[in-house]
Design a protein around this ligand. Structure first.
Ligand SMILES: [Cu+2]
Length: 84
């Protein structure tokens, strides 16, 4: 297992946290997921034999949020919040 820290943009409430958390947990091989709204980050523990950080990022994007690896953060430009 390894842990990837993703920078997630567009999260504004607890509903966003659960949307992102569930999207990541739906990826095969993902274990523990910890999403921080204030930091705009998701710490994802995953089995590198089953998935990759690219798939984790794709899952976050599919859920409607922006994502970047830490250190490559850009301005938020996601589709916006689950709560409008
Ligand atoms: Cu929200």
């Amino acid at each position: 297992m390894q842990t990837e820290l993703l920078k997630v943009s567009g999260m504004t409430c607890g509903g966003c946290i659960s949307t992102v958390t569930h999207a990541l947990q739906a990826v095969a091989g993902v274990g523990d997921v910890k999403v921080s709204l204030s930091a705009g980050e998701a710490a994802v523990q995953f089995d590198e034999r089953l998935t990759s950080s690219e798939q984790l990022k794709a899952a976050v994007k599919d859920a409607g949020y922006g994502v970047d690896a830490v250190g490559m953060a850009k301005e938020p430009k996601g589709k916006g919040c689950c709560c409008g």
